[in-house]
Design a protein around this ligand. Sequence first.
Ligand code: URA
Length: 278
Amino acid sequence: MPRTLDPQIKRTLAERIRFYNELGIYDFYRREGLPAEIPLESAPPQIQLEPREPMTPRAKAVVAAPAVEGDLFEVANPKPESKVTDPAKALRIVREDLGDCTRCRLHKQGRKQIVFGVGNPRAQLMFIGEAPGADEDEQGEPFVGRAGQLLNNMIRAMGLQREDVYIANIIKCRPPGNRTPERDECETCSPFLMRQIAVIKPEVIVALGAVAAKTLLAINAPMAELRGHWYDFRGTKLAVTYHPAFLLRDPRQKKEAWKDLQMVMKEMGMPIPTKSAE
Ligand code: URA
């Protein structure tokens, strides 16, 4: 049952959020177990706002309704881009806000450039990978190396072009030696990805690989369990498939990835071609 907050508490919350916004912090989560009724006079200390924990675990399920608290925070906590109706412009605002980011250690560990994301700002379908590799770091665009060529094939097999979709990563800077991103790097970077998603408003997100899936869903499960289900990610349908780099190492799994993409196409009402991605 959606709970409504007392207007006085809403105002107090809004003030607190504005305070954080002025510090440049836009993402919050509300701790589970918030009492249903909060005595007015003690409201501020009891409301446990924690900046920068963007991802709330969602139950593994066929898509559910958007989170009620998301609406409240969106109203109380408008992002600089939220008044801009043109998504291309809004994405530019997010990119400007990111700047020449030095928020985590990766900026001094050999990254050449930030890899923000690429594609259609109004895409219905969004792919989210893990982190830029050497080619992406060189070119400033996600998925342009060998894994990117396979992703392009997967997109084409769906009857789409790379330009039709939007492609981004959990983190925007290449980790040294392509190591797996650290949790704090994901937490620091992902608020910008959340803002990209909020601007693009895709119908479906496809998480490519375990790092993307586990980070977005905050579920620690093997890929075999993560695939084949629909998840609700902040009101957007999310599916999981293998990372193209994994498919390059184990091409026998391509037919499994194709099943995942067919599930996506079916959900999006797209015609399903018979030929799979090679
Ligand atoms: N792997 C990823 O996860 N992302 C890229 O952009 C390239 C390779």
